[in-house]
Ligand binder design. Structure first.
Ligand code: SAM
Length: 259
């Protein structure tokens, strides 16, 4: 027997009931919630050891709910359930979602993350970041030699190009470019700077991977190369960077052209 408390959040009654029964049989104290709002109300009756959270729900989706739950109780383990895409895709999706939440203000998000915007995702496979862009109503060109999740290809909003993300360029200025290619930070930074010098995009979010020993020096070198390239061209820009996950050797950067 265990006295562990679990909260099951899923909009489908049959899923909630089955999971509730199974966990009760295993000795858990179980509560259920049919959507994000109900889940947050249930958190007031916490603490819970575990929250089982459906990713795709009407209204507030699982990504938004997990963020609020983490704010309410950082100790709660959150397990995301998804029939929509692989867990790998879901976990990748959280990274870009977190970047939008952390690096942009509410006002910037309202203005800059909108329906029918045009975006590119460089190093897109398996497709978590592309999924976040699609979920925000964007049309996305996803560049990667690797395979993309089928549900993205079926969405009608994604064009998958098997091409080199360091060579591909759009035919016209895009609203967004995101990039998660695993490469030397300096090389990624230089390519990002080229995108802004050539006016291929207005905003970008990209990751700089820093597995090396001298990571602070590598980060500064990469960011300074962007600043120098844009300053030399007289481009006005906003640059924010943050290590979003302390257990990951990467820094996420938001770069935007100032109007
Ligand atoms: C960390 S994964 C990206 C995960 C992705 N952001 C997601 O949400 O699913 C890095 C990807 O970059 C791709 N990649 C690395 N170098 C590339 C290149 N030169 N051109 C295109 N894709 C590249 C790899 O194939 C890999 O799929």
């Amino acid at each position: 027997m265990t006295d562990r408390r679990i909260l099951i959040v899923d909009d489908e009654l049959s899923v909630r009931s089955s999971l509730e029964e199974w966990f009760r049989e295993d000795g858990f104290v179980v509560e259920t919630a049919e959507d994000g709002q109900a889940a947050l109300r249930a958190m007031d009756r916490g603490p819970f050891d575990i929250v089982l959270l459906d990713l795709k729900m009407p209204g507030m989706d699982g990504i938004a709910v997990q963020k609020r739950i983490r704010e309410i109780d950082p100790q709660t383990a959150i397990i995301i359930l998804t029939a929509y895409a692989s867990v790998e895709t879901a976990v990748e999706a959280l990274k870009l979602e977190e970047a939008f939440m952390t690096l942009l203000t509410d006002e910037e998000r309202d203005k800059l993350v909108r329906d029918n915007m045009q975006a590119a995702d460089l190093g897109a496979a398996p497709g978590g970041w592309t999924w976040v862009l699609v979920r925000n109503g964007m049309m996305v060109t996803s560049v990667d030699n690797g395979p993309l999740a089928q549900n993205l290809l079926d969405s009608g909003r994604v064009e998958h190009l098997r091409a080199d993300g360091f060579l591909w360029q759009p035919k016209r200025t895009l609203d967004w470019m995101v990039c998660d290619m695993v490469e030397q930070p300096r090389r990624v930074a230089e390519r990002m700077a080229t995108w802004f010098q050539q006016n291929w995009c207005r905003q970008a979010i990209f990751n700089l991977k820093l597995p090396m020993k001298k990571r602070v020096a590598a980060l500064n070198d990469a960011l300074n190369s962007v600043r120098t390239a844009l300053n030399n061209k007289g481009i006005r820009y906003q640059l924010e960077s943050k290590q979003l996950y302390h257990d990951r050797e990467e820094v996420t950067v938001y770069l935007a052209r100032k109007r």
